[in-house]
Design a protein around this ligand. Structure first.
Ligand code: C2E
Ligand code: MG
Ligand code: MG
Length: 742
């Protein structure tokens, strides 16, 4: 139960209890309302030693022992239900009056106890008001009293009624989330007015000094929180009950003062006090003390509500951007879907992933990272309609909720958000360029369930991320089937290693001048028990995405090294090329793993060449330079695979300590048919020569290509024409009797 709902419930309760014109109906209303509020099985109202209202299972009679049950009681035995959790609150003026609730499900929280005691007090007030009225009526009817007494009764009745109305007003302000100070000022002003224009001060703990401070004042003169008021307040907090303090003014009747203070209790602890100065020498009557206590209770409720409202806001918002967080986004999404179902309108969500945000955070620091997030949040919001919801749903992920909009509107919004994010940002005096990927899902094509819709957008976003920065993907149902298929495959891949379904094939690298093989490239193979051979182009990216590549890559490395070390007895000069992925190179343990794999089988490090791709190096070039340096210091060689397909810049190429470049198959096959491709192939060879790198041509399939590459001065060749990837057992034979092509 949140205090927001509790104040609302209390407001409803007070309206219900104060409306009836007779006691029985008021008690019935109280019992009905309390039963519902606490989701209780049993609710009883004891008034003047009798159970006057009861609701239990199947109209059963009230259990014995309700009269006289004490406030601290936490259980209640009920026929047919056994022992239930109970809460009891007394209706103060009536020593035996109580409101009792009991339920099976769970014990009552401190907040619920507070609410119940406010309810019990309101019932007491309502009943006494009605009784005064009834007595007044009787008396008036009998014409037995003098007019003074009639007037007193009528004024007492008026006070009760005004109190109930005032309390109801305050409750409404709390429910409507009026500013806390406004509510507190209403309480002190109302208390002052009901206490015959007394000076009422609310005293609360001062978080700065640890002492007490006057927090609100209501009344005729500005005598705020002098020492006598503060002392009375401190006494009432200390004693946890209403106390009075007087100052006889040194015998001067004009300076005589009397203060009554009632504690303000928050979560069971007296934390503040509501103090009223009577302005006369008689102090306050019991009735008025009770009024003061009722107002102190309103302060308690308002404070609890405010605290929890703050906590709720904090729990539901992101502090960096001020936007709703994931939990609140999902809540809003559920509501939007419910509303959308009623209006048969679409709900569309966008999930936005910032590209390379982590790198910005790492290089510019967290403060700058936060500033980037806040700026992005603003740009996203600026591109939406005022009613659309923007939330930060993850570290570098944002969510957008568009009500009454389909996928097309969603995609249009996504496009404008991507364009807005692309605009350079100035952060800490530097210009930062960002890009984003967005997944879009609409309730009409996905599901009318908030969780499913979110997952669909997430799926689309992941596809967009895979496709590259700036991409937008709109969810379509077939994506789920694909992902299920991928998950199945991944499960199988996880066990493939243990089940020895994986093996390596080896494709020779041939010296184009002599035609003799100089080494092999290890290529991973997976024979799936049901699917047959699965291409590395399928399972390697899957392993990369999930991190499984670390284990898989280590196995490939160790197995390749073991095999080549074995061959070196008969083929002493054989070299080994191994493909490695970005995840492996960026893994801090990778270099150690390489050194260990070589040492374990006694393979000299220059025998091994690690193949990396341009794209993976350019993902984080600074980091790559550092990692490659570490690998280089082991003595192994480094090669850039699929050269020409990525975006490596020449300046980085010079900084990467590589030894070999492998020109991609597309340029090899294209070189004989297209002038452009030939130009690329020639440039790569020239580049290799200039930077003194060994050049390898991949995918040579015919004699014409072979001749051309020889003419271009390419050092090594690899391709089906020279040799297909082969099983390990076939390698020694091939090396002894290669099919040389001259
Ligand atoms: P890659 O490293 O560029 O490997 C060369 C690919 O070209 C191999 O495909 C090879 O079979 C194929 N190939 C060789 N000669 C020819 C030819 O003349 N014509 C044609 N059409 N293709 C030729 P494969 O084995 O399917 O491997 C595909 C990619 O999967 C590899 O490209 C590499 O990026 C990745 N891969 C394979 N094994 C591993 C591995 O052990 N670790 C990692 N990280 N990636 C691997
Ligand atoms: Mg390769
Ligand atoms: Mg390649």
């Amino acid at each position: 139960m949140t205090p927001h709902s509790s104040t609302q419930q209390l407001t409803e309760y007070i309206s219900a209890v104060s409306a009836p014109a007779d006691e029985t109906s008021a008690v019935d209303a109280a019992v009905r309302c309390a039963l519902a509020t606490f989701s209780a099985e049993v609710c009883a109202a004891v008034v003047e030693q009798a159970v006057r209202g009861y609701l239990g299972p199947d109209n059963s009679p009230p259990p014995l022992g309700l009269v006289g049950v004490q406030t601290g009681a936490t259980s209640l035995a009920v026929d047919g239900l056994g022992t239930l959790h109970a809460a009891v609150a007394h209706t103060d003026k009536d020593p035996h009056g109580a409101l009792i609730v009991a339920r099976e499900q769970r014990p009552f929280s401190a907040d619920e106890h507070d609410l119940l005691s406010a309810m019990a007090r309101a019932l007491g007030l309502a009943l006494r008001g009605l009784r005064t009225l009834a007595t007044g009526r009787t008396m008036l009817a009998a014409h037995e009293r003098d007019s003074d007494e009639r007037l007193r009764l009528l004024s007492a009745l008026g006070t009760r009624q005004r109190l109930l109305e005032t309390v109801l007003n305050i409750q409404r302000s709390i429910s409507n989330r009026k500013p806390l100070q406004e509510i507190l000022d209403t309480v002190t002003a109302s208390a002052a007015s009901l206490l015959d224009r007394a000076a009422v001060t609310l005293v609360l703990p001062d978080s700065g000094s640890g002492g007490l401070r006057p927090a609100s004042y209501g009344g005729p003169s500005e005598r705020i929180g002098d020492s006598l008021v503060l002392a009375a307040a401190a006494d009432s907090i200390e004693a946890s009950c209403v106390v009075a303090r007087t100052d006889d003014g040194g015998g001067d009747a004009d300076r005589y003062r009397s203060i009554v203070a009632a504690p303000v209790v928050i979560r069971g602890v007296a934390a503040g006090s509501l103090a009223a100065e009577t302005g006369n020498s008689h102090g306050y009557a019991v009735e008025q003390r009770e009024l003061l206590t009722a107002f102190a209770q309103q302060v308690s409720l308002a404070l609890t509500e405010a605290k929890t409202a703050d906590a709720m806001h904090e729990a539901q918002h992101d502090t960096v951007t001020g936007l709703p967080n994931r939990a609140l986004f999902l809540e809003r999404l559920s509501h939007a879907i419910e509303a959308g179902n009623k209006r048969v309108a679409d709900v569309t969500i966008l999930l936005i992933d910032l590209h390379r945000f982590k790198a910005i955070n790492d290089s510019l620091g967290h403060k700058a990272g936060d500033a980037v997030l806040a700026a992005v949040a603003k740009r996203i919001s600026a591109n939406l309609r005022s009613g659309d919801v923007v939330a930060r749903v993850g570290g570098d992920e944002f969510g957008v909720l568009l009500e009454g909009a389909g996928g097309v509107v969603g995609a249009r919004a996504a496009r404008s958000i991507i364009d807005a994010i692309r605009e350079p940002l100035r952060i800490s005096g530097r210009s930062v360029c960002l890009s984003a990927c967005i997944g879009v899902a609409a309730s009409c094509t996905s599901s009318a369930d908030s969780g499913d819709l979110f997952n669909s957008a997430d799926l689309a976003m992941n596809r967009a991320v895979m496709a590259g920065p700036g991409r937008i993907e709109i969810y379509e149902p077939h994506m789920h089937a694909e992902i299920r298929e991928r998950i199945n495959l991944l499960d199988d891949l996880q066990t493939a290693l243990a089940r020895t379904e994986l093996r390596l094939q080896y494709q020779p690298l041939v010296d184009l001048e002599t035609g003799r093989p100089v080494g092999v490239e290890a290529l991973a193979r997976w024979r799936h028990p049901q699917r047959g051979e699965v291409s590395p182009a399928t399972f390697i990216p899957l392993a990369e995405e999930t991190g499984l590549i670390l284990d898989l890559g280590l196995w490939i490395l160790r197995e390749g090294c073991r095999q080549v070390a074995e061959w070196r007895d008969v083929l002493p000069d054989i070299r080994l090329n191994i493909n490695v992925s970005a995840r492996q190179v960026l893994d801090p343990d990778f270099a150690t793993g390489v050194a260990q794999a070589l040492a374990d089988v006694g393979l000299p490090s220059p025998t091994l060449t690690l193949e990396l791709t341009e794209t993976m190096l350019m993902g984080d070039p600074e980091q790559a330079v550092v990692r490659l340096g570490q690998l280089k210091s082991l003595g192994v060689h480094l090669s850039i695979d699929d050269f020409g397909t990525g975006y490596s810049s020449l300046s980085y190429l010079q900084q990467f300590p590589v030894d070999q470049i492998k020109i991609d198959q597309t340029f090899v096959s294209g070189a004989t048919t297209s002038e452009n491709q030939l130009a690329v192939a020639r440039t790569v060879m020239d580049l290799g020569r200039t930077l003194r790198l060994e050049t390898v041509a991949e995918g040579i399939e015919d004699d014409q290509q072979l001749q051309l590459l020889r003419d271009l001065g390419c050092d090594l060749g690899q391709g089906f024409l020279l040799a297909r990837p082969m099983e390990a057992a076939a390698v020694p034979d091939y090396f002894r009797h290669p099919v040389t092509r001259r």
